[in-house]
Design a protein around this ligand. Structure first.
Ligand SMILES: NC(=O)C1=CN([C@@H]2O[C@H](COP(=O)(O)OP(=O)(O)OC[C@H]3O[C@@H](n4cnc5c(N)ncnc54)[C@H](OP(=O)(O)O)[C@@H]3O)[C@@H](O)[C@H]2O)C=CC1
Ligand SMILES: Cc1cn([C@H]2C[C@H](O)[C@@H](COP(=O)(O)OP(=O)(O)O[C@H]3O[C@@H](C)C(=O)[C@@H](O)[C@H]3O)O2)c(=O)[nH]c1=O
Length: 303
């Protein structure tokens, strides 16, 4: 019996993990997140404990009581621009909390599965395999690289799963994602400006959750890329979304680094080579077109 503790269960990946693991007979799952359980309505039988990962005493208490065999760590400050302005908060959540989890995993012999990002790379020459050299270009990426270094020092078993541009339908949170943002903007007749000079392998949240489960099921150790398999620009993604929903493509204006900037610099060409996860873990992601269909089925058109 695997006893799996999820951190950040209220988030996009956390919710999909709860949905995936709850029905499995061979798994006893404990969902944890800062504050209250936002999934109580959709998953009334989901075991939940409030656990703020930046509070070591809360981590110690919950882990010592539940005694997980595995911890899947999803909680993070994922607003890249916010990480630039709130550096202390980003360091506490994205780096220090990982040390607290490592301490607990070492003490109670749990296997840590840590979720990381393509933003540890500079985007000069993606797509990247698991051996590529990191060189972050924004503070979010720096904090996530520091977290990886904390995990790699751990005395407990560990796996680092790196992913890219996660999209999916998240319950009750206003946070959108690229598929719904494009669909809802075009539906509302709004002009959007979408970049043609960033390259990603976008990842359906359900696929990322499956990758996390496969890593736990295999007691995988080391670094694995868990993302989509297609290299696309956000503009390509927007065109596929417009086609799927038969929306007006003329509302999508092309943009690039010279006309579209955000507070934090984005690495231009990232994306992952996922052959290792495919062969060692049996990981099989949806295509982006299939992913759009999955999202469409979950998020009926907002009137
Ligand atoms: N989304 C993406 O495109 C990508 C994400 N990743 C990585 O994947 C992981 C999951 O990302 P995603 O699901 O999108 O993240 P979300 O932002 O959707 O979810 C993060 C969750 O963590 C919770 N949280 C925040 N602070 C704490 C805390 N102190 N203690 C406990 N929980 C906390 C948040 O709770 P609350 O709801 O209260 O804020 C939120 O529910 C992250 O590690 C991220 O770095 C990597 C690449 C791409
Ligand atoms: C808002 C906006 C975004 N974009 C593009 C830029 C980017 O490639 C993509 C998503 O932009 P966002 O700023 O929402 O996402 P961004 O913060 O770039 O997403 C990152 O999140 C963190 C957590 C990660 O770990 C990274 O893998 C990555 O997914 O859409 C446009 O083209 N036009 C726009 O108006």
């Amino acid at each position: 019996m695997k006893r799996i503790l999820i951190t950040g269960s209220n988030g996009l990946l956390g919710q999909k993990l709860a949905e995936l693991l709850l029905p499995r007979q061979e798994v006893e799952v404990l969902a944890t997140s800062r504050g209250d359980n936002k999934l109580a309505e959709i998953f009334p039988t989901l075991p939940f404990r409030s656990m703020d990962v930046t509070k070591p005493e809360q981590v110690e208490q919950v882990v010592s009581e539940f005694r997980p065999t595995h911890i899947i760590h999803t909680a993070a400050m994922t607003n890249v621009d916010q990480c630039e302005s709130d550096r202390d908060g980003a360091l506490l959540l994205n780096r220090d909390a990982v040390q607290y989890l490592v301490n607990a995993c070492e003490k109670y012999n749990a296997h840590l599965i840590h979720v990381s990002t393509d933003f540890i790379f500079d985007g000069e020459n993606g797509p990247y395999d698991e051996e590529a050299a990191a060189n972050p270009v924004n503070f979010y990426g720096e904090t996530k690289l520091m977290a990886e270094e904390v995990v790699k020092q751990a005395k407990c078993k560990w796996a680092i799963l790196r992913t890219v541009l996660v999209y999916g339908v998240v319950n009750d949170q206003g946070r959108s994602n690229i598929v719904l943002w494009v669909r809802d903007s075009l539906q509302a007749g709004k002009v959007i400006r979408v970049v043609t000079d960033q390259f990603r392998t976008p990842t359906l949240a359900e696929d990322l959750a499956m990758g996390c489960w496969l890593a736990a099921a295999h007691d995988a150790e080391g670094v694995y890329n868990i993302s989509g398999s297609e290299m696309l620009t956000p503009y390509d993604m927007a065109m596929q979304v417009a086609d799927f929903f038969a929306l007006d493509k003329s509302l999508v204006d092309k943009a690039d680094g010279s006309t579209f900037t955000q507070p934090a610099k984005r690495p231009a060409r990232t994306g992952f080579i996922i052959r290792k996860a495919e062969t060692e873990l049996g990981y099989r992601p949806h295509t982006f077109a299939e992913g759009i269909r999955v999202v469409a089925e979950q998020a009926p058109v907002s009137r």
